[in-house]
Design a protein around this ligand. Sequence first.
Ligand code: FAD
Length: 393
Amino acid sequence: MWRQQKFDIIVVGGGPAGSTAARYASMNGVKVLVLEKDRDIGMPVRCGEAVSEEGLKNFMDPDPRWIKSTISKIRLVSPSDYVVDFDMKARGFILDRRIFDYDLAQMAAMEGATIVTKAYVNGLLFDGDCVAGVKGKYLSEPFELRAKIVIGADGVESRVGRWAGLQTQVKMKDMLSCVQKTVTGIEVDERRFDFYLSKKWAPGGYIWVFPKGKNRANIGLGVSGKYCREKSAYRYLDEFLQHCYPNHSVLTTVAGGVPCDKTLKTIVTNGLILVGDSAHMVNPMTGGGIIPAMKAGLLAGETAAKAIKNKDYGEKYLSRYSREWHKIGGKNHERYYRLKNTITELSDEELDNIAKAVLKIPEDERTITKIFLKAVMKKPKLIYDVTKVFAGI
Ligand SMILES: Cc1cc2nc3c(=O)[nH]c(=O)nc-3n(C[C@H](O)[C@H](O)[C@H](O)COP(=O)(O)OP(=O)(O)OC[C@H]3O[C@@H](n4cnc5c(N)ncnc54)[C@H](O)[C@@H]3O)c2cc1C
């Protein structure tokens, strides 16, 4: 029974960050336990389920069972319905996260990690100022378990970081309030991501239409917390659906927050590492968090395993993880954040003007870099950011 065993690492949360951290720590020869509060790994799915093929391939060859649609085109729709189409240079996928998250957890288990569902963590154990384990409830029974390192992978509503004394607050304007419906009975191009940018539909955010097989799509929106007092994200989405897809039927409705800000300043402390949404690692411009969560999970798992081998669980040793994270994503993360702040402040008239300017570029010459360069034309300081994040110059 897991409650009687000894573990080197306890991972709180069995999402992409937690499962990936558990997988890579286990691969490096340490004993890992994953505690997930929900009954099922990967459920409920609170996600548009979009990822890039390139991102996934950092970890594994995509399994066809995970993929509901393969995307090669993007459509941007401006407030006055100027439609900008262009080809993606690389492919994207709409996943089935019920299957995908399950498989990520299974990969961790195959490397030797123990995974327990219905295990709710409600506090941390400490040895002096060092995190030394977790306490929680399993099937209503309280438990306490010690470990050398705790990895907090408990998502956007994370409390693990806060319990350890880390600053985890998000500014209201940076917290996107998201609602998504999986709808059917509609016409969609199965190979295309559609995005609607407009203060009218989704102030401080955007609307996405991600095809999920034939006649079905994840349609959702994120509205900046700044605007949610006037109208709820649900109302914004219902108005959009009535306008653009009046004959839709709803299969699922989900809601959740997405922290579209910079990664937390401090993501480790003595005996503790934060990964994924709990550390605010979502791409602040797109809201995409699956691949960043997995990248961070890999780094966290490897660093924690090395720390165990070196018998050093202190903040100084674990800071290698923060440095690695900032090396692979940190600078771009900040650039995306600056771009998001600019794009979300554009008025509907400015968005229309950008769309009109882009429409003058022949379709086969349109690229994401050219589109963003038009968008930041009035802010020359951001031109460097655009070239860095999209063209990799
Ligand atoms: C509406 C919406 C649409 C999105 N669309 C996309 C998209 O298209 N593409 C994309 O890349 N990203 C998208 N995201 C973001 C993406 O879902 C997250 O960034 C990603 O899931 C982060 O992974 P994670 O492992 O850090 O957190 P999560 O996937 O949230 O996993 C955290 C896990 O921890 C568990 N947990 C929490 N507290 C405890 C506790 N106390 N004890 C035990 N377990 C606990 C939770 O039950 C959960 O299973 C979207 C988010 C939302 C809300």
